[in-house]
Ligand binder design. Structure first.
Ligand code: CP
Length: 312
């Protein structure tokens, strides 16, 4: 693995990476993934390095997989969140970073409700800053793990027909996936209620369809997104029941996609809303494959972005 070919200090979004950089991360993830299947799931690669997880929004998958990824590579880990830190006493985000940075960290993994928070903090530290989801902007490691999962199943992303359904407006996952998938040659279609799918998403190179029954036709991948109740301050659709009726992925809708089409979801899933419960009896879902690949992708990202001497 050639860590010299990634020259960027930070991973802030897939919009900023080119195809070769994305492929390097995916190749590295594929290579490191076998460590997860060893009896002793640990290598000394990042021994002596320190990874700080700063999570100012709830997380199950991203936080635990970054923590596990760092530990699998023998890095030391520290976690800072709103609860239990001096943030509760009013300490600013920047002061929090500067103080932890003074303890000599090598990487900060940052999730924040404000779009652009990791970009702002990256200017104040020499350590690598990894965006673990910023507001409604980007979630680069989620898209990388999604793309790795699609590659595992279909071999190549080139020419793949991917449908992303749901709350596109608030989705950092959709944005990062559009950037990454388009750079690797996929066709991306977006579907959802018009209130949650503004036409300007076409400018990112995606097709738009407000009729999910039409949109699912001939797709290889159907990725449903979570209805983000915490970001829905206004009524974007009349009711959850109505959302499911018009945009939920049901067995009837899935049958209109390609015969070998797969279901994906970044999680957490609102079962019975974005995805029907009985879908899993009809067709294989890749949702837990996505979670496993999340550890591999985050190992690759930490490996590639943490600079300096590493053990082999
Ligand atoms: N997909 C995702 O970001 O999940 P978490 O919010 O649990 O990290």
């Amino acid at each position: 693995m050639d860590s010299q070919s990634l020259t960027k200090k930070d991973l802030l979004g897939l919009n900023e990476l080119d195809r070769e950089e994305i492929e390097l991360i995916l190749d590295t993830a594929r290579s490191l993934r076998e460590i997860l299947y060893r009896p002793i799931k640990k290598v000394p690669t990042l021994r002596g390095k320190t990874v700080v997880n700063m999570f100012f929004e709830p997380s199950t998958r991203t936080q635990s997989s970054f923590d596990l990824a760092a530990k699998r590579l023998s890095a030391d880990t520290v976690s800072v969140s709103t609860r239990g830190s001096a943030v509760q006493k009013g300490e600013s985000l920047l002061d929090t970073l500067l103080n932890i940075d003074a303890m000599k960290a090598d990487a900060f993994v940052i999730r924040h409700w404000a779009s652009g928070a990791p970009h702002f903090l990256a200017r104040y530290t020499k350590a690598a800053v990894i965006n673990a989801g910023d507001g409604t902007h980007e979630h680069p490691t989620q898209a990388l793990l999604d793309i790795l999962t699609m590659q595992d199943r279909f071999g190549s992303i080139e020419g793949l027909d991917v449908l992303i359904v749901g709350d596109i407006l608030h989705s950092r996952v959709a944005r990062s996936n559009i950037f990454g998938l388009k750079k690797l040659g996929a066709k991306v279609t977006l579907s959802g209620p018009p209130t949650l799918l503004p036409e300007y998403f076409q400018d990112l190179g995606a097709d738009i369809s407000y009729d999910v029954d039409e949109a699912v036709k001939d797709k290889d991948v159907i990725m449903a997104l979570r209805i983000q109740k915490e970001r829905l301050e206004e009524a974007y659709f009349p009711s959850i029941r109505e959302y499911r009726k018009f945009f939920g992925i049901t067995i009837e809708r899935l049958r209109k996609a390609k015969e070998n089409a797969v279901i994906m979801h970044p999680g957490p899933v609102n079962w019975g809303v974005e995805l029907d419960f009985d879908l899993l009896q009809e067709r294989e879902s890749l949702i837990l494959n996505q979670v496993t690949n999340g550890v591999a992708v985050r190992m690759a990202v930490l490996y590639l972005f943490i600079k300096g001497e590493k053990e082999s």
